[in-house]
Design a protein around this ligand. Sequence first.
Ligand SMILES: Cc1cc2nc3c(=O)[nH]c(=O)nc-3n(C[C@H](O)[C@H](O)[C@H](O)COP(=O)(O)O)c2cc1C
Length: 212
Amino acid sequence: MKMKNIGLTGVALVLTLMSSCTHSNNDSTDKNVDNQNAVVETIMSRRSVRAYEDRVVPRDTMELIAECGINAPNGMNKQEWEIRIVDNPDFINGVTELYIKENPDAAKDPGFKNMFRNAPTVVFIGAPDNTYSGVNCGLLGENMILAAWSMGIGSCCLGGPVRFINSEEGAEYLKQLKFSEGYSLIYAIGFGYPAEIPEAKPRDKGKIMFVD
Ligand SMILES: Cc1cc2nc3c(=O)[nH]c(=O)nc-3n(C[C@H](O)[C@H](O)[C@H](O)COP(=O)(O)O)c2cc1C
């Protein structure tokens, strides 16, 4: 009986200690952080855009966006990536015509202009196939996406259209991108001035966990 009491007291003590530890961690807030700063605001307000105004992004603006891209962190600063910026309607409409032959339903989307979710400018990202190419190119792309959004330019990552360009049917357009030997097209991002601001897609905060 006595042992049982000691046991319960011990459990209570451990629980109290655990909860006080958890508390001290959870209570740590940095009063000097402006949690509404411009970067946080840009990240939180960004949406994938699939409807654009009928004007291309000026090339000097795209150059600045691309420069923001290549300033992303990357493995050992090897910069194993290549960016191809396409705003030529002959390319965009030409490959779209081929795409529609294979996927006629795509053109039935309301407001359909091209296979790149209607973007007037498309950035293609290439890299050699190695362990970190996905990380490097992902960081490069997100830098471009956020820089663009901060300038009022919308974007949408594009996996589907890239699958087509990497297929036999899209080969002539892949060639036009002139990636270096050993580089493959990883993904693309469409850019343009938004003609829509979609609702935020829900995010699951349950994916975040502090490990004590
Ligand atoms: C690797 C990747 C590929 C994607 N491919 C496409 C695509 O082919 N077509 C499309 O409309 N959106 C595509 N998206 C955009 C996602 O659907 C979008 O980011 C996601 O639904 C979250 O919405 P949000 O970007 O507005 O927050 C892609 C995104 C990523 C990261």
